[in-house]
Design a binder for this molecule. Structure first.
Ligand code: NAD
Ligand code: UFG
Length: 343
């Protein structure tokens, strides 16, 4: 048995897929989640997929006493920290809630880690920290700036991690900057389960294909891109999950602390909104009615990663294609039209 890992937010979309990848790689896992944007059913399904119960603790990262109990009961090699709120629009309406959850929560977690001398952290950052990029592909040294409280909360945590690494050189702090995670586990048992009408493109397309939503609004067709629609670096969530395993394996290999080490997780390829719609329609055999609408406030034209640092340091690269991303999203959506809610 390999090292034990605390997975905060492990009941969520990326967390569940990562728990499976960690288990397959031989890590022992403990999931800590307040279920504010997830469900026990997701945990049950992960348990079924891995063939054994998951150790799950319902708790909030802002609750220092509860976290302390978890650290007293387990000896962790490190923490993968997914827990946080992620809806950009909601963050504009409720900035204090976002800073409280994402920033204060992370500070509480870091304080407990310091107390128990657990100094390995893999943090869910985002390509959103690059703002409107000056050049493409985006590498890790690109300037960072954010225009909404969600993005600002991620950037603030990155600054905190940088300061922490300067203050004490025994920390290993890896913010993984995700590009656009999509897709689902190939079993069709776990996937993204938005509470409400989806904000993000792939779940929206899936719900149009399954007949829950009438048509897709494509936000802008006058960008300077291949077909005028936005371009993003879509990455399969199981590839992303493997990126976390690779980050932990990397930390296990190190003989000296790495300090603050940001790494992009993307494919390095851009795909336009229209290209994704066409690919999804082909894979699912369903029409995806759409109409062009105004640009969405705060959106950028194009965003895709330089994936070289992950390849060189972590020996990881994304493998799955846009077709596989659409196939797996469609399998999840069509097998679970109401997500984890059993009706
Ligand atoms: P998700 O909402 O599915 O998962 C987050 C999990 O954290 C949920 O299970 C939620 O219940 C839990 N959580 C939230 N606040 C908590 C708290 N205070 N204490 C304990 N648990 C808490 O989101 P996801 O898509 O899996 O994203 C995981 C992480 O990756 C988030 O930090 C998100 O900001 C980041 N991220 C996501 C994307 C994306 O497009 N999905 C892109 C870049 C970064
Ligand atoms: N889009 C539409 N119609 C929709 C939804 C999206 O046309 O109904 C377009 C957007 O305008 C954009 C593209 O599809 O051009 C992708 O939009 P998403 O909302 O799926 O993703 P974003 O790139 O805007 O943002 C996502 C996450 C952020 C994260 C960012 C970078 O939502 O949290 O990726 O990682 F910060």
């Amino acid at each position: 048995m390999k090292n034990k890992i605390l997975v905060t937010g492990g009941a969520g979309y990326i967390g569940t897929h990562t728990c499976i990848a960690l288990h397959e790689a031989g890590y022992e896992i403990v999931v800590y989640d307040n279920l504010s944007n997830s469900s026990r059913e997701a945990i049950n399904r992960v348990s079924t997929l891995i063939g054994q119960p998951i150790e799950f603790i319902e708790g909030d990262i802002r609750d220092a006493e509860s976290l302390k109990q978890v650290f007293l009961s387990h000896h962790f090699f490190g923490v993968i920290h997914f827990a946080g709120l992620k809806a950009v629009g909601e963050s504009v309406a409720k900035p204090l809630m976002y800073y409280n959850n994402n920033v204060s929560g992370t500070i509480t977690l870091l304080e407990i880690m310091a107390k128990f001398n657990v100094k390995n952290l893999v943090f869910s950052s985002s390509a959103t920290v690059y703002g409107d990029p000056e050049s493409l592909p985006i590498d890790e040294n690109s300037p960072r700036s954010c225009t909404n409280p969600y993005g600002q909360s991620k950037l603030t945590v990155e600054h905190i991690l940088e300061d922490l690494a300067v203050s004490d050189d025994s920390w290993n702090l890896i913010p993984l900057r995700y590009f656009n995670p999509v897709g689902a586990h190939p079993s069709g048992q776990i996937g993204e389960d938005p509470n409400d009408i989806p904000n993000n493109l792939m779940p929206y397309i899936s719900q149009v294909a399954v007949g829950k939503l009438a048509k897709l609004n494509i936000f802008g067709n006058d960008y300077q891109t291949i077909d005028g629609t936005g371009v993003r670096d879509f990455i399969h969530v199981t590839d992303l999950a493997q990126g976390h395993v690779a980050a932990l394996n990397y930390l296990e290999r190190q003989v000296a602390p790495v300090g603050f080490l940001p790494i992009n997780l993307g494919t390095g390829k851009g795909t336009s909104v229209l290209e994704l719609v066409t690919a999804f329609s082909k894979v699912s055999g369903q029409p995806i009615p759409y109409q062009f609408a105004d640009r969405r406030a705060g959106d950028i034209a194009s965003c895709y990663a330089s994936a070289d640092k992950a390849k060189n340091l972590l020996e990881w690269q994304a493998k799955l294609s846009i077709t596989e991303m659409c196939q797996d999203s469609w399998r999840w959506q069509s097998m679970n039209p109401n997500g984890y809610t059993v009706t």
